[in-house]
Design a protein. Structure first.
Lengths: 387, 351, 425
C-alpha cells in the first residue's frame, strides 16, 4: 500500500494547506461570476468534437433530456446548423463579415426557435460567438449592416443573444443536481478512499478572451471545470503550467511544419503536471481534448516518455459517473490514452470486448493489417494487454 | 475665529504638521483612527536609503508631539462630520458628541498598500510562499515573528533563493493604477540588501521594469545592492506557480538577453505599489474636496499650491497627495504648517 | 493558368493541410529556449572573479549600452549577437557565458568602453578574466593562431618561433652597443621590431636617431624575452608572470634604470604592470623621448619632407596612457610635413585591431578595423599615415594590400620620418 495514500485528504501532495490557501482560491474565482440561466438553451453543436469524440456530443441531448430541461437544436436539412466558421477565421482564409454573417444566422436560428440563450458545444465556437458579440458593442453601425447582409443572404432577421453559454457552463450549473440525483460513482479511489486528482484544462477561448464577461472564474483560476471535479468528489490540481495553452491553434496544428509547437506545448504541460501525479485531465474544448489526448502518444514516440494520463471531456466524466456504458454511450474507445485504468480506480465496470465496437455495437472501421498486427502483439488498440 | 487646526491622520506627516504648528504657536488637534500614533512607519525596522530605524524615528516624533503643549492628541477615533466654512469649521469626532471649532483642516491620512491578490497571476494569498513587501518587512524585523531571519511561510525553511518582483500594482492600465508609486524600487532594493546581509549565501534576484531610485542617496544604495551581488534582471515576472514542495516557479523575460527565463525560488516577494487610503473618498465627500483621477487628493494648483486642497481652509500633507519618502513627508508637514499659519493670519486680518 | 483550374497557391495550401495522417510531420518536440536560473553556474562565476579586480566593478553595470555603442567592433559588423560587453557582463552574472563563442577573443582591449563607462566598470579586466577561464580551465576553444603565438613565446621568448639568439640581429652593422652596467638607457625594441622585416626598419631608424643625438643607450638582445603584454590580455597569466620575472631579473642584473620602448604595449606593461612584480623602472616611450630631444635641440632636421601626414593615435599610447601631444609635436617639428587630423582623433581614435591578442588572430576580411581606419586616413588626403606602434604598422601595411586605391598612402612610423629628415643625404 502506498504510504502517501495514508495521509489525510487535505495534506496530500496538492492543495497542502501550508502551501496553498484554499479559501483564498475560492474567493478569487468568485470575482468572475457568470450568469447562467437554469434552462432555455439552444444547442449549437461543433465540428471537431463530432468527428473526434462523437459520443461526447451525442451525450448532450441525452443529458439535457435526463435533466428535463427546456432546450432545442436545429439539425433539419432545410436550415442546417452550420459550423461557426472558426477554422476559417483562425486559419485566416475568410473575411470578418463572413464570420459575422454565420454567427448572425445561427443566432437567428435560435431566436426563431424561441430561445435567447445559446449553448455552444465547442470552445472555439464560444470564442467566435463572444468576439462577434463584442464587435457589435464596439462598432455602432455594424448591427444595421449585418441586418441587411443577413436579409440578402438568407432572408433572416437576428438579434444579439441574451446569454452565450458553453455546454460546460450548463453542466456546471446543474452539477449538484447531477451528483445528488443521478450519479452513482464518485471521483474517489475505490481502494483507498482518497479523492482522485484531476487537472482541469479550460480552453483558452473560454476564459482568456473575455474573462470578466464570459468566463466563470476568470483567466487565472477558472472554476468551470474544477468546480465539477470538486463537486463530484475529486481534488483539483494547481501546477505551474496550469494556464498554458495546449498548443492547438489552427495555425500550429493544421500546418505540418508547425506541429512541433503543438507537441512541445503539450509536453511542457505534461512535464509540469507530472510531479503532482494527476489521475486524469478534464477538458471542455474539443481541440484541447484532441491534442492533450493524442500528443501524449506523439511524445511517447518521439521522446520515449510515457505520461498516459487519461484525458476526458466534462461530458464523458459526467456520463461515466452516472453509470452510462463506457463504450456504447460515453465512447472511450475513441481515446488514444487508455481510460480503462481510471475506470478501474473509480470502480466502474466495463466490457473490454466492446473496445473495437462503435455505434449500435457495429465494428469500428479499421484496416485489417493494423488490427492483425495489434492483436498479434497481444494488445488492444490502446495498449491494454489481451488476456 | 478659532486659531485651532484639525489634523486628520497621526502618521509621520500628520505628526510633523502638529509639531511645526506648535512651533509656530498654533494649537492643533491630531486625530488618529488607530490606537497608536505613527502610521505605517512605526512598523518599519529600517528605512531607505540610510538604513535608519523607522521605529525610532516614529518614537522621536511621537515624543516631540506629546511634549508639544499646544497639540491635543486623540487616538482611536475619527472625524465623523465637518460643518461650516473656513475659518469657522465645526468638526465632530467619534460618535458626534465631541465637537471642536477649528480654523483650518489638514488631511494627512496616508496611503493603502496595493492589494496584491488583485494581480491573480502571482497567486498572492493563494500561494503562501508568495508574500508582499510589507510581510517581508515583518520578516526582516528583529522583533518580528521570525526574529529577523527570513524563513518562508510554508515550512519555515531559511531562504536560499529569493525573487523580488517590482512594479506590482503600479504602472498598470489593467488595474487602473497608471501612476508610478515612486518609492517601491527603493524600498525593494533596501530589502534585498537586508536579506543579503542576514543570509550572505542567499541568491537574491530582482525582476524590474525600470529602476527608479531617484532620490538623494538612492542611486548609491542601488549601486551598493549591485555590489552585494544582488542580480537585477530587467523583465517583469509574468506569473508564479508552485511545486509540490512549496518552491515557487517564475516566468519572466530577460530583456537584456532577449530570452525567456524560468526560475525556481524559495520565496517571492511582491513589491506592491501604493494606492490611496481606503477612506479617501469618504473624507473627500465629508470635507467637500476633490479627488484626482488617480485617486489621491487634488491640489488647488499642481505647480504653485501643492499642499492646498481644492477648498479654502483645507490643506494636504504626506502620502495622501501621492507616495513619497519620509523626508518629503516631513517637509510636507513643515510646508503645510506654514500654509496654515499664513491662512489663519490672513483670516485674522479680514475680521 | 486556364480557367477553372486551381491556382498554384491553393495547391500549396492543400498540401500543407494534410489531414490524411494527422501527425505526419512532427519530427521532434521543439526545445524550450528559456534560460533556467539555477546555481550550477556559480563556480564559473567565482572563477571569473579573479584576483586583482574587485568583482564589484563588474556587477555595478546597469546595462546602459554605452560600451556597445562606442565599441569599434560595431563599426565593422552587422551581427546583432556580436561583441557586446554589456551582454557578456550580464551573462557572466547569471553564469551563462558561452565559452565556445568567438566573441570572447574579439575584444582588442582598446579602452574606448572603459573610458566612457558611467559606472567605471573594468571591462578590459573582465574580458581578460573570461579568457583566463578558457586558458586555465581549458573550457572553450583558443584560436589556433593565438595558441601558436603563445607556445612560441613560451618556448623561445618571441611569438614568431625564431631562435632567441637572433633577437639582437637587427642591430648588426649598426652603431648599437650591448647594454652594460652604467649605460644610461635600455632600448627595448620588442619582438616585432627585432624579427619582422618591415618593423626592423623602425628599429634601425630609432637606433640611428639615438646615435645621432648622442644618447648613451644599449640593447640586451638575446637576454630579453617578449614583454608579455598580449599574452596577459589573452588570459595566459602564468606565462606572463614567467616572462615578467625573467625580464625583471635580466634588467636588474644589468643595472637597468631607464627603458625606452617603441611599442606602446611594451611601454604599458613595463610602466603599469611590472611594478606589481617589483620591477620598478623609469619607462619612456620613444615619442616622448624624441619630443624631449627636439625641445633640447639635439636633433637637426636637414631634409624637408614636403608631404601631408596624418597621425593615428595608438590605443595603448593614447587612451591607456594619455600620450597624445608628443607625437604631434614631433611631426610638426619635421620640416615640410603638414599634419592633418583624422575624424576620430585622440581619445576617439579608432583601434587598428591589434591589441588584446588581436594581432595574432586571423580576422575576417570585412571585419578588419585597420581597413576602416586606413580608409579614414586616405579620406584626409594625406599621403603618409604616421603610426607609433608596431601592431598598427603591421595592420595598416596589411590593409594597404587589400583596400582599394591604397597605393597613394604610405605607412610610416614616426621614427622613420624623423630619421629620414635628419639623415644626411
Amino acid at each position: 500500500m502506498d504510504e502517501r495514500q495514508m495521509l489525510s485528504q487535505d495534506e496530500y501532495l496538492t492543495m497542502q494547506t501550508n502551501i496553498y490557501d484554499v479559501e483564498a482560491r475560492e474567493n478569487t474565482w468568485r470575482r468572475y461570476i457568470k450568469e447562467i440561466p437554469e434552462d432555455g438553451y439552444f444547442l449549437l453543436p461543433s465540428c471537431i468534437l463530432a468527428v473526434g469524440y462523437p459520443a461526447t456530443e451525442a451525450m448532450m441531448p441525452r443529458l439535457f433530456d435526463l435533466l428535463d430541461l427546456d432546450w432545442s437544436w436545429n439539425l433539419k436539412p432545410e436550415s442546417m446548423c452550420t459550423c461557426c466558421s472558426g477554422i476559417a477565421y483562425h486559419g485566416d482564409v475568410t473575411t470578418i463579415e463572413s464570420t459575422l454573417l454565420t454567427t448572425a444566422r445561427l443566432w437567428s436560428l435560435a431566436q426563431e426557435a424561441g430561445y435567447e440563450t445559446i449553448a455552444v458545444a465547442c470552445i472555439t465556437s464560444f470564442g467566435i460567438h463572444s468576439e462577434c458579440f463584442d464587435l457589435y458593442r464596439q462598432e455602432p453601425g455594424l448591427k444595421q449592416k449585418m441586418d441587411k447582409l443577413l436579409m440578402e443572404a438568407c432572408g433572416r432577421k437576428f438579434e444579439l443573444p441574451r446569454h452565450i453559454l458553453h455546454v460546460s457552463d450548463v453542466v456546471y450549473k446543474h452539477r449538484l443536481r447531477l451528483r445528488d440525483e443521478f450519479m452513482i460513482y464518485q471521483l474517489v479511489d475505490q481502494d483507498s478512499g482518497r479523492p482522485l486528482r484531476g487537472v482541469d484544462h479550460v480552453g483558452c477561448h473560454y476564459n482568456k478572451l473575455f474573462p470578466l464577461e464570459r468566463s466563470l472564474g476568470g483567466a487565472e483560476y477558472c472554476e468551470v471545470l474544477s468546480g465539477l471535479v470538486k463537486a463530484w468528489g475529486g481534488k483539483e490540481i494547481d501546477y505551474p503550467e496550469r494556464r498554458h495553452c495546449c498548443g492547438m491553434g489552427f495555425r500550429q496544428c493544421m500546418l505540418t511544419p508547425n506541429r512541433g509547437f503543438t507537441a512541445a506545448s503539450v509536453n511542457k504541460k505534461m512535464v509540469s503536471m507530472e510531479p503532482f501525479e494527476p489521475d486524469f485531465i478534464v477538458t471542455n474544448c474539443p481541440g484541447c481534448q484532441v491534442h492533450l489526448d493524442k500528443q501524449q502518444w506523439a511524445i511517447k514516440e518521439l521522446k520515449g516518455k510515457e505520461y498516459f494520463i487519461p484525458v476526458l471531456t466534462y461530458m464523458e466524466l459526467a456520463g461515466l459517473l452516472m453509470g452510462w456504458d463506457p463504450y456504447d454511450i460515453v465512447g472511450i474507445q475513441f481515446h488514444t490514452v487508455p481510460v480503462e485504468p481510471l475506470l478501474d480506480k473509480i470502480g466502474i465496470p466495463y466490457d473490454e470486448s466492446k473496445t473495437w465496437l462503435g455505434k449500435d455495437e457495429q465494428p469500428l472501421p479499421c484496416s485489417d493489417e493494423i488490427v492483425g498486427a495489434t492483436l498479434a502483439a497481444g494488445r488492444t488498440m490502446r495498449g491494454i494487454p489481451l488476456l | 475665529m478659532e486659531r485651532k487646526v484639525l489634523i486628520l491622520g497621526g502618521g509621520v506627516a500628520g505628526m510633523q504638521t502638529a509639531i511645526a504648528l506648535n512651533d509656530l504657536g498654533i494649537s492643533s488637534v491630531l486625530v488618529e483612527k488607530e490606537q497608536e500614533l505613527g502610521g505605517r512607519v512605526k512598523n518599519y525596522d529600517k528605512t531607505f536609503p540610510f538604513f535608519h530605524s523607522g521605529k525610532e524615528l516614529v518614537k522621536e516624533l511621537e515624543d516631540r508631539v506629546r511634549r508639544a503643549h499646544l497639540v491635543e492628541i486623540r487616538c482611536g477615533t475619527t472625524v465623523s462630520h465637518v460643518e461650516g466654512q473656513a475659518p469657522h469649521f465645526q468638526a465632530s469626532l467619534g460618535t458626534g458628541n465631541y465637537k471642536i471649532p477649528v480654523g483650518a483642516i489638514v488631511v494627512a491620512i496616508g496611503f493603502e498598500p496595493f492589494d496584491a491578490s488583485l494581480q491573480e497571476e502571482y497567486g498572492y494569498g493563494i500561494y503562501k510562499n508568495v508574500i508582499t513587501a510589507t510581510e517581508l518587512e515583518h520578516l526582516l524585523d528583529p522583533e518580528g515573528p521570525t526574529g529577523g531571519e527570513i524563513r518562508r511561510p510554508s515550512d519555515g525553511k531559511i531562504v536560499q533563493r529569493v525573487a523580488i518582483a517590482f512594479c506590482v500594482g503600479s504602472r498598470n492600465e489593467q488595474l487602473g493604477h497608471n501612476y508610478c508609486s515612486r518609492i517601491c524600487c527603493s524600498f525593494s532594493t533596501k530589502q534585498a540588501i537586508e536579506i543579503k546581509e542576514r543570509h550572505p549565501d542567499a541568491v537574491v534576484t530582482c525582476f524590474y521594469i525600470d529602476i527608479r531610485t531617484y532620490g538623494r542617496g538612492f542611486e548609491e544604495m542601488y549601486r551598493r545592492a549591485q555590489e552585494t551581488s544582488i542580480t537585477y534582471i530587467r523583465g517583469r515576472i509574468a506569473e508564479c506557480g508552485v511545486l509540490p514542495n512549496g518552491d515557487v516557479t517564475i516566468r519572466a523575460e530577460d530583456t537584456f538577453l532577449g530570452k525567456p527565463i524560468q526560475g525556481v525560488f524559495d520565496l517571492v516577494s511582491l513589491s506592491h505599489g501604493m494606492t490611496p487610503a481606503l477612506d479617501a473618498p469618504k473624507i473627500a465627500t465629508m470635507l467637500d474636496i476633490d479627488v484626482a483621477e488617480d485617486g489621491f487628493f487634488e491640489c488647488r494648483d499642481k505647480d504653485l499650491y501643492p499642499n492646498d486642497a481644492t477648498r479654502e481652509g483645507v490643506f494636504l500633507a504626506g502620502a495622501a497627495i501621492g507616495m513619497k519618502p519620509i523626508p518629503d513627508c516631513i517637509a510636507d508637514g513643515n510646508a503645510v504648517a506654514a500654509r496654515v499659519a499664513a491662512f489663519l493670519a490672513e483670516m485674522q486680518e479680514r475680521n | 493558368m486556364t480557367i477553372g483550374s486551381k491556382p498554384d497557391w491553393i495547391k500549396g495550401i492543400a498540401k500543407e493541410l494534410d489531414y490524411r495522417w494527422r501527425y505526419k510531420g512532427i519530427t521532434g518536440i521543439l526545445p524550450d529556449i528559456s534560460i533556467i536560473l539555477d546555481e550550477s553556474n556559480a563556480e564559473l562565476n567565482q572563477a571569473l572573479a579573479a584576483e586583482g579586480i574587485k568583482e564589484s566593478s563588474w556587477v555595478s553595470c546597469f546595462q546602459c549600452g554605452t560600451c556597445r555603442a562606442v565599441c569599434p567592433y560595431t563599426q565593422v559588423t552587422t551581427d546583432v549577437n556580436g561583441l557586446s560587453a554589456r551582454r557578456m557582463l550580464h551573462e557572466a552574472q547569471l553564469g551563462l557565458t558561452d565559452f565556445e563563442s568567438e566573441e570572447i577573443w574579439t575584444c582588442t582591449t582598446c579602452d574606448t568602453c572603459v573610458d566612457q563607462c558611467p559606472r567605471g566598470v573594468e571591462i578590459i579586466d573582465f574580458m581578460r578574466n573570461l579568457r583566463r577561464v578558457e586558458v586555465e580551465l581549458g573550457v572553450g576553444k583558443i584560436p589556433d593562431s593565438l595558441r601558436r603565438a603563445m607556445t612560441n613565446i613560451a618556448s623561445v621568448g618571441n611569438p614568431f618561433g625564431e631562435t632567441s639568439e637572433n633577437r639582437g640581429d637587427w642591430a648588426e652593422h649598426l652603431p648599437v652597443k650591448p647594454f652594460a652596467k652604467g649605460t644610461e638607457l635600455l632600448y627595448f625594441p620588442g619582438c616585432f621590431l627585432a624579427y619582422d622585416a618591415r618593423a626592423r626598419k623602425v628599429a634601425q631608424a630609432t637606433a640611428g636617431i639615438l646615435e645621432k643625438a648622442g644618447v648613451d643607450f644599449g640593447i640586451l638582445g638575446s637576454q630579453e624575452v617578449c614583454c608579455g603584454e598580449s599574452v596577459r590580455k589573452a588570459g595566459n597569466e602564468k606565462l606572463f608572470q614567467n616572462l615578467a620575472q625573467h625580464n625583471i631579473g635580466v634588467f636588474a642584473e644589468n643595472g637597468v634604470k631607464g627603458i625606452l620602448t617603441t611599442s606602446p604595449h611594451c611601454y604599458h606593461t613595463f610602466k603599469n604592470e611590472y611594478p606589481q612584480f617589483e620591477g620598478d623602472f623609469e619607462v619612456i616611450h620613444y615619442t616622448q623621448y624624441l619630443a624631449r630631444l627636439i625641445k633640447e635641440g639635439r636633433l637637426n632636421f636637414s631634409k624637408e619632407l614636403n608631404k601631408q601626414v596624418t597621425y593615428h593615435d595608438p590605443c595603448y599610447l593614447g587612451r591607456h596612457n594619455g600620450i597624445y601631444e608628443e607625437p604631434r609635436e614631433i611631426l610638426r617639428s619635421i620640416p615640410g610635413l603638414e599634419l592633418v587630423e583624422m575624424p576620430d582623433a585622440r581619445q576617439k581614435s579608432l583601434c587598428c585591431g591589434g591589441g588584446g591578442g588581436g594581432i595574432w588572430l586571423d580576422t575576417k576580411k570585412g571585419e578588419r578595423l585597420s581597413d576602416l581606419r586606413l580608409e579614414q586616413a586616405m579620406e584626409t588626403g594625406a599621403s603618409i599615415l604616421a603610426v607609433a606602434c608596431p601592431y598598427c604598422l603591421i595592420n595598416f601595411e596589411d590593409s594597404k594590400l587589400t583596400v582599394g586605391n591604397a597605393d597613394r598612402i604610405e605607412i610610416r612610423d614616426i621614427a622613420e620620418l624623423v630619421w629620414e629628415s635628419i639623415q644626411e643625404s
